[in-house]
Design a protein around this ligand. Structure first.
Ligand code: ZN
Length: 254
């Protein structure tokens, strides 16, 4: 199994990385993609990759971390890191927190899509209450491989994402009791377009939702719900979502 989205650089996980990795390996997680949210964090994620064969990194500037960042310098830094990562991101648009003006977020999103295309890398998209806006930007970058991570949107939004050709990542909310709508969407998606992830240390899934610090081993709970919804064994779910991740992130995942 691959946890395609975690923040291992977060102090709550980085400070006890060995046991976090041991527990993940113990339940069958073979790879963890540690997602960068700004340049410094991306460099830290790459450094973690040097500590364990299980870890791969991405480099990017999260929309909520783009305030006050020099975009020219950020682009230069990202270009310098493309050889050491499996994807660009997380980038995208967040209209929930509204921490950063939309046009600034879009400028950073477009810049990172450009870097991704030129380097042949996939893009990890954070899109909160902004699927339509994100797809509007993506349409100018048709050929880029992308995942909308931690999807919690509507059926129409899921369809628009799939129609565009992108993938959809599910996190803990897929397991929450009140989220029948999300499970219905997951049932209907083409199975070659779905990834599982934790977004650790955030969004612990059921039945460990009371554990405040989520970690990659918990991806098995989200995967278990997805397997149940699809009516397949966990091993088949693993095979399919691992193939999907490899299709998106490429051979650097191996
Ligand atoms: Zn994230």
């Amino acid at each position: 199994m691959i946890d395609t989205h975690a923040h291992l650089t977060d102090e709550r996980l980085a400070s006890r990385l060995d046991e976090v990795l041991r527990r993940a390996r113990g339940v069958g997680v073979e790879r963890i993609i540690s997602i960068g949210v700004d340049i410094e964090d991306s460099i830290d994620a790459i450094a973690l990759g040097g500590r364990s064969e299980m870890i791969r990194a991405t480099s990017g500037v999260h929309p909520n971390h783009s305030a006050g960042v020099d975009i020219v310098e950020a682009e230069r830094s990202l270009r310098g890191l493309v050889g050491e990562v499996v994807a660009i991101g997380e980038t995208g648009i967040d209209l929930y927190w509204k921490k950063v003006p939309l046009d600034w977020q879009v400028a950073f999103f477009r810049m990172q899509l450009r870097v991704a295309i030129e380097s042949g890398l996939a893009v990890v998209i954070h899109s909160r209450e902004a699927v339509r806006e994100s797809l509007d930007v993506l349409r100018d970058f048709r050929e880029v491989r992308a995942v909308f991570h931690s999807f919690t949107g509507t059926a129409d939004e899921a369809k628009a994402i799939v129609d565009h050709g992108a993938m959809i990542g599910f996190t803990g909310p897929l397991t929450y009791k009140k989220n029948d709508f999300l499970r219905e969407i997951a049932c209907q998606l083409p199975r070659d377009r779905v990834l599982v992830e934790t977004d650790a240390p955030y969004l612990s899934p059921e039945p460990v939702r009371q554990i405040k610090t989520n970690e990659p081993s918990h991806v098995m709970h989200t995967a278990g719900v997805l397997a149940m919804l699809w009516g397949v064994e966990l091993a088949e779910l693993d095979r399919q979502t691992t193939a999907n991740a490899r299709c998106l992130f490429g051979a650097r995942l191996d």
